[in-house]
Write a protein that binds this ligand. Structure first.
Ligand code: IYR
Length: 223
């Protein structure tokens, strides 16, 4: 029986696999994702712009509330803007780390990561990508469009972005300088866009190190 629709619908037939192949593909994808780490030591080696554009295209395939795609990815490659972002981020982070804005509990949680106020990687990497969340849309006549599930939608898109970079052998860090309103000024973004995550994008340095952390085992994250 053909379904009745008020709007256009098209057939969708996602590829199906034999069960053994499903498991093999799932395992391969999981193992691939399990090799990803957040990186704080980057190379200054150039990265083709096309790679970052492809990662943004991948992010843009994410599901979103009412298919509103309430995200904007700002791509920054020029050295002067990267320098300004580093300086502004470090001003805020010095207040966090050196002027006691981080609570003792927060500092203790971060201790194993050995993070600090120095954010030199923001100038090292060839690209910065700032993801902005559109709190609401703006019609051409200036009226507002309500957006739904903005945080969930943008978070999923950023996950796709991170996964796409990893698939290309690139590294990133989900950097959320706090507060990060300075990113709206530097990137010249309108009031309906809220800075969401700042991603340095590049190759991991040849001598990069990451904290020796373990992931929670499945029974701890699944019930
Ligand atoms: N924004 C700070 C602090 C920080 C907070 C969390 I939660 C982290 O996982 C890592 C760092 C900074 O970037 O150093």
């Amino acid at each position: 029986m053909p379904r009745e629709h008020s709007y256009p619908f098209i057939p969708y037939r996602p590829t199906r696999y034999l069960e053994d192949e499903m498991v093999a593909r799932g395992r391969e994808f999981y193992e691939h994702m399990d090799r990803r780490r957040s990186v704080r030591f980057f190379s200054d080696e150039p990265v083709p712009r096309e790679c970052v554009e492809l990662a943004i295209r991948a992010a843009n395939t994410a599901p979103s509330g009412a298919h509103q795609q309430p995200w904007k990815f700002i791509l920054i490659g020029d050295a002067e803007t990267r320098r300004r972002i580093r300086e502004a981020a470090e001003v805020e982070e010095r207040k966090n780390y050196e002027e006691g804005r981080l609570t003792p509990e927060w500092r203790a949680a971060l201790a194993p990561l050995e993070t600090g106020p120095e954010k030199d990687y923001l100038e090292t990497v060839p690209w910065l990508v700032v993801c902005f969340a559109e709190k609401y849309g703006v019609r051409p006549d200036g009226t507002r469009v309500k957006h739904y599930y903005v945080n969930e939608s943008v978070g999923i898109a950023c996950g796709f972005f991170i996964a796409a970079l990893h698939a290309m052998g690139l590294s990133t860090l989900t950097h959320t300088p706090n507060p990060m309103a300075f990113l709206s000024d530097i990137c010249g973004r309108p009031a309906n866009e809220r800075p969401y995550i700042l991603f340095p994008v590049g190759y991991a340095a040849h001598d990069a190190e990451v904290p020796d952390l373990a992931r929670k085992p499945l029974p701890e994250v699944m019930a």
